[in-house]
Design a protein around this ligand. Sequence first.
Ligand code: NAD
Ligand code: UDP
Length: 313
Amino acid sequence: MRYLVTGGAGFVGSHLCACLLSEGHDVTCVDNLRTGRRENLAKLLGNDGFRLLELDIRDDLPLEGPVDCVFNLASPASPPHYQRDPLDTLLTNVEGTKHMLELARKSGARFVQASTSEVYGNPLEEPQSESYLGNVNPCGPRSCYDEGKRCAETLCYIYRERHGVDVRVSRIFNTYGPHMSQDDGRVISNFVVQALLGKPLTVYGDGSQTRSFCYVSDTVRGLIALSHVDGPLFGPVNLGNPAEITVGELARRVIERIDPSLGVETHPLPADDPLRRRPDISLARQELGWEPTVDLDEGLTATISYFKEVLGA
Ligand code: NAD
Ligand code: UDP
Protein backbone atom coordinates (compact mmCIF):
# COMPACT_ATOMS: atom_id res chain seq x y z
CA MET A 1 0.00 0.00 0.00
CA ARG A 2 1.08 3.61 -0.56
CA TYR A 3 0.85 5.69 2.61
CA LEU A 4 1.15 9.42 3.12
CA VAL A 5 2.08 10.36 6.69
CA THR A 6 1.91 14.07 7.49
CA GLY A 7 3.93 15.10 10.53
CA GLY A 8 6.01 11.96 10.03
CA ALA A 9 9.25 13.54 11.30
CA GLY A 10 7.64 14.20 14.68
CA PHE A 11 7.51 12.02 17.75
CA VAL A 12 4.50 9.79 17.00
CA GLY A 13 4.75 10.11 13.19
CA SER A 14 8.31 8.80 13.04
CA HIS A 15 7.29 5.60 14.86
CA LEU A 16 4.28 5.25 12.58
CA CYS A 17 6.45 5.64 9.44
CA ALA A 18 8.90 3.04 10.78
CA CYS A 19 6.09 0.60 11.53
CA LEU A 20 4.43 0.97 8.10
CA LEU A 21 7.77 0.62 6.35
CA SER A 22 8.62 -2.51 8.35
CA GLU A 23 5.32 -4.00 7.12
CA GLY A 24 6.60 -3.57 3.53
CA HIS A 25 4.57 -0.49 2.56
CA ASP A 26 5.62 2.53 0.56
CA VAL A 27 5.70 5.62 2.82
CA THR A 28 5.87 9.30 1.90
CA CYS A 29 6.31 11.65 4.82
CA VAL A 30 5.34 15.32 4.54
CA ASP A 31 6.76 17.49 7.28
CA ASN A 32 7.85 21.13 7.49
CA LEU A 33 10.11 20.26 10.44
CA ARG A 34 8.44 22.90 12.59
CA THR A 35 8.67 20.63 15.65
CA GLY A 36 9.87 17.43 14.00
CA ARG A 37 13.46 16.40 13.31
CA ARG A 38 15.30 14.53 10.57
CA GLU A 39 17.11 12.55 13.32
CA ASN A 40 13.80 10.83 14.11
CA LEU A 41 13.90 9.40 10.58
CA ALA A 42 17.63 8.57 10.52
CA LYS A 43 17.00 4.83 10.17
CA LEU A 44 14.39 5.33 7.42
CA LEU A 45 16.07 7.86 5.12
CA GLY A 46 17.84 5.97 2.36
CA ASN A 47 15.31 3.13 2.43
CA ASP A 48 13.84 2.62 -1.08
CA GLY A 49 10.23 2.62 0.13
CA PHE A 50 10.58 5.88 2.07
CA ARG A 51 10.74 9.53 1.06
CA LEU A 52 10.60 12.74 3.03
CA LEU A 53 9.00 15.82 1.48
CA GLU A 54 10.14 18.78 3.53
CA LEU A 55 6.98 20.80 2.94
CA ASP A 56 4.03 22.31 4.74
CA ILE A 57 0.75 20.37 4.44
CA ARG A 58 -0.80 23.54 3.01
CA ASP A 59 1.69 23.47 0.10
CA ASP A 60 1.16 21.73 -3.23
CA LEU A 61 2.66 18.28 -2.83
CA PRO A 62 4.71 16.77 -5.65
CA LEU A 63 3.34 13.25 -5.24
CA GLU A 64 4.10 10.52 -7.75
CA GLY A 65 0.66 8.97 -8.29
CA PRO A 66 -2.26 8.42 -5.93
CA VAL A 67 -2.02 7.20 -2.34
CA ASP A 68 -4.13 4.54 -0.62
CA CYS A 69 -4.16 5.95 2.89
CA VAL A 70 -3.36 9.30 4.51
CA PHE A 71 -2.41 9.55 8.19
CA ASN A 72 -2.77 13.23 9.11
CA LEU A 73 -0.54 13.94 12.10
CA ALA A 74 0.93 17.32 11.11
CA SER A 75 0.41 19.74 13.99
CA PRO A 76 2.53 20.81 16.91
CA ALA A 77 1.28 18.92 19.96
CA SER A 78 3.10 20.18 23.04
CA PRO A 79 1.50 23.24 24.73
CA PRO A 80 4.65 25.44 24.53
CA HIS A 81 5.12 24.47 20.87
CA TYR A 82 1.54 24.99 19.75
CA GLN A 83 1.24 28.27 21.68
CA ARG A 84 4.44 29.71 20.14
CA ASP A 85 2.66 30.56 16.86
CA PRO A 86 -1.04 30.06 17.60
CA LEU A 87 -2.28 31.19 14.19
CA ASP A 88 -0.01 28.72 12.41
CA THR A 89 -1.24 25.96 14.75
CA LEU A 90 -4.88 26.78 14.07
CA LEU A 91 -4.42 27.07 10.31
CA THR A 92 -2.30 23.91 10.07
CA ASN A 93 -5.23 22.06 11.61
CA VAL A 94 -7.93 23.79 9.59
CA GLU A 95 -6.49 24.69 6.16
CA GLY A 96 -3.93 21.88 6.28
CA THR A 97 -6.46 19.20 7.20
CA LYS A 98 -8.83 20.45 4.48
CA HIS A 99 -6.00 20.26 1.95
CA MET A 100 -5.16 16.69 2.98
CA LEU A 101 -8.85 15.69 2.89
CA GLU A 102 -9.04 17.07 -0.67
CA LEU A 103 -6.00 15.00 -1.57
CA ALA A 104 -7.65 11.89 -0.06
CA ARG A 105 -10.87 12.62 -1.96
CA LYS A 106 -9.06 12.93 -5.29
CA SER A 107 -6.98 9.81 -4.60
CA GLY A 108 -9.87 7.76 -3.23
CA ALA A 109 -7.66 7.26 -0.15
CA ARG A 110 -8.67 6.33 3.35
CA PHE A 111 -8.01 9.17 5.81
CA VAL A 112 -6.94 8.73 9.44
CA GLN A 113 -7.00 11.92 11.50
CA ALA A 114 -4.88 12.38 14.63
CA SER A 115 -7.28 14.24 16.87
CA THR A 116 -6.77 14.63 20.58
CA SER A 117 -8.22 14.33 24.06
CA GLU A 118 -7.94 18.14 24.08
CA VAL A 119 -11.27 18.21 22.23
CA TYR A 120 -12.74 17.38 25.68
CA GLY A 121 -11.06 20.51 27.14
CA ASN A 122 -11.17 20.62 30.94
CA PRO A 123 -13.60 17.69 31.17
CA LEU A 124 -16.60 17.66 33.48
CA GLU A 125 -17.06 13.91 32.93
CA GLU A 126 -14.76 11.14 34.07
CA PRO A 127 -13.63 9.02 32.27
CA GLN A 128 -14.08 10.72 28.88
CA SER A 129 -15.99 8.66 26.34
CA GLU A 130 -16.45 9.66 22.71
CA SER A 131 -20.01 10.81 23.39
CA TYR A 132 -18.82 13.53 25.79
CA LEU A 133 -19.00 16.85 23.94
CA GLY A 134 -16.31 18.62 25.93
CA ASN A 135 -15.69 21.78 27.90
CA VAL A 136 -13.34 23.91 25.79
CA ASN A 137 -12.49 27.59 26.20
CA PRO A 138 -12.55 29.04 22.66
CA CYS A 139 -10.57 32.14 23.68
CA GLY A 140 -7.79 30.79 25.91
CA PRO A 141 -4.12 29.98 25.32
CA ARG A 142 -4.92 26.36 24.41
CA SER A 143 -7.75 27.27 22.03
CA CYS A 144 -5.57 27.49 18.87
CA TYR A 145 -4.93 23.77 19.29
CA ASP A 146 -8.18 22.60 20.88
CA GLU A 147 -10.44 24.47 18.48
CA GLY A 148 -8.16 23.70 15.52
CA LYS A 149 -8.49 19.99 16.29
CA ARG A 150 -12.24 20.28 16.85
CA CYS A 151 -12.63 22.05 13.51
CA ALA A 152 -10.46 19.39 11.86
CA GLU A 153 -12.90 16.74 13.17
CA THR A 154 -15.75 18.77 11.64
CA LEU A 155 -13.92 18.85 8.30
CA CYS A 156 -13.50 15.06 8.48
CA TYR A 157 -17.22 14.72 9.15
CA ILE A 158 -18.10 17.01 6.20
CA TYR A 159 -15.77 15.18 3.81
CA ARG A 160 -17.28 11.84 4.83
CA GLU A 161 -20.88 13.05 4.58
CA ARG A 162 -20.58 15.19 1.43
CA HIS A 163 -17.70 13.62 -0.47
CA GLY A 164 -17.75 10.00 0.70
CA VAL A 165 -14.17 10.02 1.97
CA ASP A 166 -13.49 6.99 4.16
CA VAL A 167 -12.48 8.93 7.27
CA ARG A 168 -11.43 7.63 10.67
CA VAL A 169 -10.79 9.93 13.62
CA SER A 170 -8.57 8.91 16.52
CA ARG A 171 -8.68 10.94 19.73
CA ILE A 172 -5.21 10.38 21.09
CA PHE A 173 -4.58 10.83 24.83
CA ASN A 174 -1.16 11.77 26.28
CA THR A 175 1.45 9.66 24.52
CA TYR A 176 5.14 9.45 25.46
CA GLY A 177 8.31 7.61 24.55
CA PRO A 178 11.53 7.82 22.50
CA HIS A 179 11.79 10.53 19.81
CA MET A 180 10.20 13.21 21.97
CA SER A 181 12.47 16.25 21.76
CA GLN A 182 14.38 17.07 24.93
CA ASP A 183 12.91 20.60 24.73
CA ASP A 184 9.43 19.34 23.88
CA GLY A 185 7.96 20.83 27.08
CA ARG A 186 5.56 17.99 27.79
CA VAL A 187 5.62 16.53 31.25
CA ILE A 188 7.34 13.15 30.79
CA SER A 189 10.17 14.47 28.60
CA ASN A 190 10.61 17.46 30.95
CA PHE A 191 10.75 15.32 34.10
CA VAL A 192 13.08 12.67 32.63
CA VAL A 193 15.48 15.22 31.10
CA GLN A 194 15.49 17.34 34.28
CA ALA A 195 16.19 14.30 36.47
CA LEU A 196 18.98 13.04 34.19
CA LEU A 197 20.59 16.49 34.34
CA GLY A 198 20.34 16.46 38.15
CA LYS A 199 17.85 19.32 38.25
CA PRO A 200 14.68 19.61 40.35
CA LEU A 201 11.49 18.56 38.55
CA THR A 202 9.15 21.41 37.55
CA VAL A 203 5.68 20.55 38.89
CA TYR A 204 2.99 22.96 37.71
CA GLY A 205 0.33 23.73 40.31
CA ASP A 206 0.03 21.42 43.32
CA GLY A 207 0.56 18.32 41.16
CA SER A 208 -2.92 16.95 41.87
CA GLN A 209 -4.03 17.21 38.22
CA THR A 210 -4.13 13.84 36.46
CA ARG A 211 -3.20 12.44 33.07
CA SER A 212 -3.27 8.91 31.64
CA PHE A 213 -0.09 8.13 29.73
CA CYS A 214 0.06 5.80 26.75
CA TYR A 215 3.36 4.43 25.44
CA VAL A 216 4.00 5.34 21.81
CA SER A 217 4.08 1.76 20.44
CA ASP A 218 0.56 1.24 21.79
CA THR A 219 -0.71 4.47 20.22
CA VAL A 220 0.85 3.59 16.85
CA ARG A 221 -0.66 0.09 16.98
CA GLY A 222 -4.04 1.71 17.66
CA LEU A 223 -3.69 4.11 14.72
CA ILE A 224 -2.83 1.25 12.38
CA ALA A 225 -5.70 -0.88 13.71
CA LEU A 226 -8.04 2.06 13.07
CA SER A 227 -6.79 2.32 9.48
CA HIS A 228 -7.37 -1.42 8.91
CA VAL A 229 -10.82 -1.87 10.41
CA ASP A 230 -13.31 -2.97 7.77
CA GLY A 231 -16.34 -0.85 7.03
CA PRO A 232 -16.72 2.80 7.93
CA LEU A 233 -16.48 3.91 11.52
CA PHE A 234 -18.97 6.68 12.08
CA GLY A 235 -17.48 8.41 15.06
CA PRO A 236 -14.16 9.24 16.66
CA VAL A 237 -12.31 6.60 18.69
CA ASN A 238 -10.32 7.25 21.86
CA LEU A 239 -6.78 5.85 21.89
CA GLY A 240 -5.14 6.04 25.28
CA ASN A 241 -4.14 4.18 28.39
CA PRO A 242 -6.82 4.33 31.09
CA ALA A 243 -4.25 4.10 33.94
CA GLU A 244 -4.58 7.54 35.53
CA ILE A 245 -1.86 9.15 37.64
CA THR A 246 -1.36 12.56 39.26
CA VAL A 247 1.48 14.74 38.01
CA GLY A 248 2.89 14.77 41.56
CA GLU A 249 3.00 10.97 41.66
CA LEU A 250 4.62 10.90 38.22
CA ALA A 251 7.37 13.22 39.51
CA ARG A 252 7.87 10.92 42.50
CA ARG A 253 8.22 7.87 40.22
CA VAL A 254 10.73 9.55 37.91
CA ILE A 255 12.80 10.77 40.89
CA GLU A 256 12.73 7.29 42.46
CA ARG A 257 13.92 5.77 39.15
CA ILE A 258 16.70 8.25 38.36
CA ASP A 259 17.98 9.94 41.54
CA PRO A 260 16.10 9.77 44.87
CA SER A 261 18.00 12.82 46.15
CA LEU A 262 16.26 15.13 43.68
CA GLY A 263 13.42 17.45 44.67
CA VAL A 264 10.61 19.27 42.93
CA GLU A 265 10.18 22.94 42.13
CA THR A 266 6.63 24.30 42.06
CA HIS A 267 5.49 26.57 39.21
CA PRO A 268 2.08 28.16 38.61
CA LEU A 269 -0.51 25.98 36.90
CA PRO A 270 -0.90 27.21 33.28
CA ALA A 271 -4.28 28.73 32.33
CA ASP A 272 -6.95 26.20 31.29
CA ASP A 273 -4.74 23.23 32.22
CA PRO A 274 -7.21 20.30 32.39
CA LEU A 275 -7.54 18.95 35.93
CA ARG A 276 -8.35 15.36 35.00
CA ARG A 277 -7.97 13.23 31.94
CA ARG A 278 -8.71 9.53 31.54
CA PRO A 279 -9.98 7.79 28.42
CA ASP A 280 -12.87 5.39 28.23
CA ILE A 281 -11.51 2.96 25.63
CA SER A 282 -14.51 0.61 25.41
CA LEU A 283 -15.08 1.57 21.78
CA ALA A 284 -11.48 0.89 20.72
CA ARG A 285 -11.62 -2.47 22.54
CA GLN A 286 -14.87 -3.39 20.83
CA GLU A 287 -14.28 -2.03 17.31
CA LEU A 288 -10.54 -2.43 16.93
CA GLY A 289 -9.76 -5.22 19.40
CA TRP A 290 -7.17 -2.74 20.69
CA GLU A 291 -5.93 -1.95 24.15
CA PRO A 292 -2.59 -0.73 25.50
CA THR A 293 -0.10 -3.36 26.65
CA VAL A 294 2.83 -1.27 27.94
CA ASP A 295 2.47 -0.03 31.52
CA LEU A 296 4.01 3.18 32.83
CA ASP A 297 6.97 1.46 34.51
CA GLU A 298 7.97 -0.35 31.32
CA GLY A 299 7.40 2.73 29.17
CA LEU A 300 9.39 4.94 31.54
CA THR A 301 12.31 2.49 31.40
CA ALA A 302 12.46 2.74 27.60
CA THR A 303 12.01 6.53 27.66
CA ILE A 304 14.74 7.01 30.29
CA SER A 305 17.17 4.85 28.23
CA TYR A 306 16.41 6.93 25.15
CA PHE A 307 17.08 10.26 26.87
CA LYS A 308 20.22 8.85 28.55
CA GLU A 309 21.58 8.14 25.08
CA VAL A 310 20.51 11.53 23.68
CA LEU A 311 22.06 13.42 26.62
CA GLY A 312 25.08 11.15 26.92
CA ALA A 313 24.08 10.85 30.60
P1 NAD B 1 5.25 16.47 17.20
O1 NAD B 1 5.28 17.94 17.39
O2 NAD B 1 6.43 15.67 17.64
O3 NAD B 1 4.96 16.11 15.68
C1 NAD B 1 4.18 16.90 14.83
C2 NAD B 1 4.85 16.96 13.47
O4 NAD B 1 4.06 17.78 12.59
C3 NAD B 1 6.24 17.61 13.52
O5 NAD B 1 7.16 16.80 12.84
C4 NAD B 1 6.06 18.96 12.83
O6 NAD B 1 7.23 19.42 12.21
C5 NAD B 1 4.94 18.63 11.85
N1 NAD B 1 4.17 19.81 11.42
C6 NAD B 1 3.60 20.77 12.18
N2 NAD B 1 2.95 21.65 11.41
C7 NAD B 1 3.10 21.24 10.13
C8 NAD B 1 2.66 21.74 8.87
N3 NAD B 1 1.91 22.84 8.78
N4 NAD B 1 3.01 21.05 7.74
C9 NAD B 1 3.78 19.94 7.81
N5 NAD B 1 4.22 19.42 8.99
C10 NAD B 1 3.88 20.06 10.13
O7 NAD B 1 3.92 15.95 17.93
P2 NAD B 1 3.42 14.47 18.21
O8 NAD B 1 3.34 14.27 19.66
O9 NAD B 1 4.18 13.50 17.39
O10 NAD B 1 1.93 14.55 17.67
C11 NAD B 1 1.56 14.04 16.39
C12 NAD B 1 0.07 14.22 16.19
O11 NAD B 1 -0.65 13.50 17.18
C13 NAD B 1 -0.39 15.67 16.29
O12 NAD B 1 -1.39 15.91 15.33
C14 NAD B 1 -0.98 15.76 17.66
O13 NAD B 1 -1.97 16.74 17.75
C15 NAD B 1 -1.54 14.35 17.85
N6 NAD B 1 -1.59 14.02 19.28
C16 NAD B 1 -0.46 13.71 19.97
C17 NAD B 1 -0.55 13.44 21.32
C18 NAD B 1 0.65 13.10 22.16
O14 NAD B 1 0.53 12.97 23.37
N7 NAD B 1 1.82 12.91 21.58
C19 NAD B 1 -1.79 13.48 21.98
C20 NAD B 1 -2.91 13.82 21.23
C21 NAD B 1 -2.81 14.06 19.88
N1 UDP C 1 3.37 19.72 33.66
C1 UDP C 1 4.17 19.87 34.78
N2 UDP C 1 5.49 20.12 34.61
C2 UDP C 1 6.07 20.23 33.39
C3 UDP C 1 5.26 20.05 32.23
C4 UDP C 1 3.90 19.81 32.41
O1 UDP C 1 3.68 19.77 35.92
O2 UDP C 1 7.30 20.45 33.34
C5 UDP C 1 1.94 19.40 33.84
C6 UDP C 1 0.98 20.25 33.02
O3 UDP C 1 0.63 21.42 33.71
C7 UDP C 1 -0.19 19.30 32.85
C8 UDP C 1 0.45 17.91 32.81
O4 UDP C 1 1.75 18.07 33.38
O5 UDP C 1 -1.03 19.36 33.98
C9 UDP C 1 0.59 17.36 31.40
O6 UDP C 1 1.21 18.36 30.61
P1 UDP C 1 1.65 18.11 29.11
O7 UDP C 1 2.16 19.43 28.60
O8 UDP C 1 2.55 16.94 29.04
O9 UDP C 1 0.33 17.68 28.35
P2 UDP C 1 -1.16 18.26 28.31
O10 UDP C 1 -1.33 19.34 29.32
O11 UDP C 1 -1.34 18.75 26.92
O12 UDP C 1 -1.98 17.09 28.64
